[in-house]
Design a protein around this ligand. Sequence first.
Ligand SMILES: *[C@@H]1O[C@H](CO)[C@@H](O)[C@H](O)[C@H]1NC(C)=O
Ligand SMILES: *[C@@H]1O[C@H](CO)[C@@H](O)[C@H](O)[C@H]1NC(C)=O
Ligand SMILES: *[C@@H]1O[C@H](CO)[C@@H](O)[C@H](O)[C@H]1NC(C)=O
Ligand SMILES: *[C@@H]1O[C@H](CO)[C@@H](O)[C@H](O)[C@H]1NC(C)=O
Ligand SMILES: *[C@@H]1O[C@H](CO)[C@@H](O)[C@H](O)[C@H]1NC(C)=O
Ligand SMILES: *[C@@H]1O[C@H](CO)[C@@H](O)[C@H](O)[C@H]1NC(C)=O
Ligand SMILES: *[C@@H]1O[C@H](CO)[C@@H](O)[C@H](O)[C@H]1NC(C)=O
Ligand SMILES: *[C@@H]1O[C@H](CO)[C@@H](O)[C@H](O)[C@H]1NC(C)=O
Ligand SMILES: *[C@@H]1O[C@H](CO)[C@@H](O)[C@H](O)[C@H]1NC(C)=O
Length: 425
Amino acid sequence: MVGNAFYLQDRLAAIIIFQVLVIPCSLLSFSANLPVSSSSSSSAATNNSYNVISYGAVGDGTTDDSKAFMKAWKACCEDETHNSALVIPQNRTFLLKPLQFSGPCKSSNIHFKLAGKIVAPNKKQDWIGSHINAWLTFSYVNGLVITGDGQIDGQGSAWWSHPCLNHLHPGITCKGPSALVFYRCNGLLLSGITHRNSPRVHIILSNCYDAVISNLRITAPATSPNTDGINVSGSRNVTVKDTYIGTGDDCIAVSGGSSFVNISGISCGPGHGISIGALGKGGRDQAEEIHVKNCTLRGTMTGVRIKSWQGGTGYARKISFEKIKLIDVNNPVIIDQFYCPRQINCQNSTSAVELSDIRYTSISGTSGTDQVINLSCSRSHGCTNISIERVYIKSTTPGKRVYAKCINAHGTWSHTVPDVKCLLP
Ligand SMILES: *[C@@H]1O[C@H](CO)[C@@H](O)[C@H](O)[C@H]1NC(C)=O
Ligand SMILES: *[C@@H]1O[C@H](CO)[C@@H](O)[C@H](O)[C@H]1NC(C)=O
Ligand SMILES: *[C@@H]1O[C@H](CO)[C@@H](O)[C@H](O)[C@H]1NC(C)=O
Ligand SMILES: *[C@@H]1O[C@H](CO)[C@@H](O)[C@H](O)[C@H]1NC(C)=O
Ligand SMILES: *[C@@H]1O[C@H](CO)[C@@H](O)[C@H](O)[C@H]1NC(C)=O
Ligand SMILES: *[C@@H]1O[C@H](CO)[C@@H](O)[C@H](O)[C@H]1NC(C)=O
Ligand SMILES: *[C@@H]1O[C@H](CO)[C@@H](O)[C@H](O)[C@H]1NC(C)=O
Ligand SMILES: *[C@@H]1O[C@H](CO)[C@@H](O)[C@H](O)[C@H]1NC(C)=O
Ligand SMILES: *[C@@H]1O[C@H](CO)[C@@H](O)[C@H](O)[C@H]1NC(C)=O
């Protein structure tokens, strides 16, 4: 279908070129010196821009600008110049209800220029009638570029204490909206923006290939539940770099189906550190080639963590954590194959997601807990080929002894304090 659309487009372009060519020569040499109109769809050099103000957005922070944004998006998405831009101007605050920026778009590159501020409704009632899974969803948009020094504010506080839309009976668990969701967006580039106070996860990257996320600032109070910074799942060839994340849950969580994910230059804290998993909840999961490098964790509840449920299958392998600086981090190095939050209805099983080829190199700093390395692997499967090298972790309390503990973990260690004699060959 897409192929056909492009084919038609090429035909159209050919017709336009043909018509240009039949202009008399005298006219042609004259018109060749004219600047190319910015609205010309046959020009590759200029990019058409769609300012949300021109589509009726007010930007006073109280008017609902959703309709204007959707109109501007539609025009931008249908632009055939292959480099269209949606412009959100500075010094204005746009209130948006839950919105879907859906593709596929005709433009092969869409630039979302965020200079102003986008805010979510601060009352839950404004969500009635919408899907409450997500606030701003981009789906099937390839070549999406989101840049600018603008801000996204999820105004999540109403959801943190009670994540249900309505008051439901106790015992029913609800999940509030995640702020920014990318689903099947290949070639995404997200950079520069400040993102705060999501009702739930700040950024979800799901089933996206070839993404680069950089220079963001993601913040929410340490006490806000489930406000993970970035959740990557089912995605391949992803770079997350040079970003500050301080929230109430994982700074970055890499979930099942992800591969070739490089995370570097992250400053994380407060929060729950950088996690892979939880994998294998009631099924098969695969994750490989995940590399975390040059990151600083400050005051986080856990450091670098791989977690999986009992009873899962599949694997997580070729994972590395390198050049990690720890400042007063609790539980800095964790493998937990018995993951079961709050220890409610924990399953006991002999099947497990297989963990192998995991490298910890040059990790140093201080910990608020005594057990600084906790490698708890499945009793039936174990973790294999773990390598620990140049890991030096002290207690935050001077002179206090720290130690490592393992269950069924196999591998080697060197130049590491505390010693990891519990590693099996
Ligand atoms: C058009 O878009 C491309 C890709 O986003 C960018 O490199 C180029 O500078 C833009 N050109 C103009 C005139 O804005
Ligand atoms: C936004 O505000 C700043 C500071 O007041 C000003 O310098 C800038 O020109 C304004 N930009 C626009 C587009 O109005
Ligand atoms: C990975 O993604 C980057 C950025 O989009 C792209 O330039 C590169 O070609 C991709 N690499 C592979 C192996 O697909
Ligand atoms: C991340 O997203 C995946 C897919 O939606 C989900 O299964 C997983 O629980 C999420 N992880 C966290 C830590 O929220
Ligand atoms: C990740 O980093 C490794 C080297 O550390 C590099 O070979 C690989 O290409 C990088 N992958 C991505 C997706 O940037
Ligand atoms: C390491 O990360 C910091 C940001 O935390 C960045 O400024 C620095 O350039 C990175 N160093 C390397 C070698 O990538
Ligand atoms: C180490 O991890 C295991 C598995 O989750 C857990 O049961 C144990 O309490 C942890 N040890 C410490 C000291 O936190
Ligand atoms: C799982 O095993 C633990 C310890 O062996 C036990 O306390 C718990 O009751 C078991 N749970 C189930 C659901 O069988
Ligand atoms: C162990 O893991 C490392 C990567 O950490 C890999 O290079 C090596 O080939 C693995 N060794 C075996 C025997 O699989």
